[in-house]
Design a protein around this ligand. Structure first.
Ligand code: ADP
Ligand SMILES: Cc1ncc(COP(=O)(O)OP(=O)(O)O)c(N)n1
Length: 269
């Protein structure tokens, strides 16, 4: 066995398996990275919506991270649903304690169906404690608006928002374009403090996009765990999510999950 790359996801559980910890671990696995998890909350969730949110105690979150940090270690870390300001502060302290620099923050706020996954007052804690530690942040457009207080309509607005997020201490800002459904392309923007890069794919007409954000950020994390540069990691993540949306599974009665096998299968064929 060659080098084993490891990645840790600190996020919520989606019982339906399309988003959250489940999407992250499937993505790590599909990209050949050993996945580990620290759960922040359990959600009762399916393709139709979120039926319940049950946060864990700060102590439970800290202990899980400590168990990983003091034994296995990790090459990269991703955060997803963090739920509260207290959990955010505890996670930031652990990331600093273990000196984990390859940190991808997916600032999950609201599920596709509109149910809140982050308390409103916790947005400031994200900005204060976690963003300054992040190598990459991956907001969708509404999340970028909440973090910057800007109204984002055009690509020019997105570039300005990326600049503002960069000024909070994040090293690379990716503002995803899934919510910008004008036109037939899905365009993601990357800003590294100097230049803007654009990652463009054909927009796929489908309702089965549950967990796209988690899957995309997890793919970036897996590639960073292998030591890849951020721009290359985003490129691979974009191809991964495209294949995952394109080869839909069509399960559930609402917004179905993406296909975490598809990228691997398209690479083999
Ligand atoms: N219909 C689609 N066709 C192709 N790519 C998409 C589509 N919807 C989302 N994406 C891509 O999926 C990733 C997640 O985007 P987005 O939907 O904005 O995030 P979130 O799930 O956090 O709201 C991005 O790379 C985005 O461009
Ligand atoms: C437990 C949990 N974490 C995160 C999300 C949000 O996932 P995302 O990839 O943004 O997908 P949608 O909710 O937009 O489908 C979640 N739903 N549950």
């Amino acid at each position: 066995m060659g080098n084993i790359y490891k990645a840790l996801t600190i996020a919520g559980s989606d019982s339906g398996g399309g988003a959250g910890i489940q999407a992250d671990l499937k993505t790590f696995h599909a990209l050949g990275v050993f996945g580990m998890s620290a759960l922040t909350a359990v959600t009762a969730q399916n393709t139709v919506g979120v039926q319940g949110v049950y946060p864990l105690s700060v102590e439970a979150v800290e202990k899980q991270i400590e168990s990983i940090g003091t034994d296995l270690g990790t090459d990269a870390v991703k955060t997803g649903m963090l739920f509260s300001a207290e959990i955010i502060e505890a996670v930031a302290n652990q990331v600093k304690h273990f000196r984990w620099s390859r940190l991808v923050v997916d600032p999950v706020m609201i599920a596709k169906g509109g149910e809140p996954l982050l308390q409103e007052e916790a947005v400031n804690a994200l900005k204060k404690y976690l963003l300054p530690l992040a190598m990459v942040i991956t907001p969708n457009i509404p999340e970028a608006e909440a973090l910057t207080g800007m109204f984002i309509q055009t690509m020019d607005d997105r570039q300005k928002a990326a600049q503002r997020l960069y000024e909070l201490g994040v090293k690379h800002v990716v503002i995803k374009g899934g919510h910008d459904d004008d036109g037939d392309e899905a365009v993601d923007l990357l800003f590294d403090g100097q230049e803007y890069s654009f990652f463009t794919n054909k927009r796929i007409e489908t309702k089965h996009t549950h967990g796209t954000g988690c899957t995309f950020a997890a793919a970036i994390t897996a590639e960073l765990a292998k030591g890849k540069r951020v721009k290359d990691a985003v490129q691979t993540a974009k191809a991964f999510i495209q294949a995952a949306i394109e080869h839909e599974l069509g399960i559930g009665h609402g917004h179905g999950p993406t296909n975490h096998w598809a990228y691997q299968q398209t690479q083999l064929s």
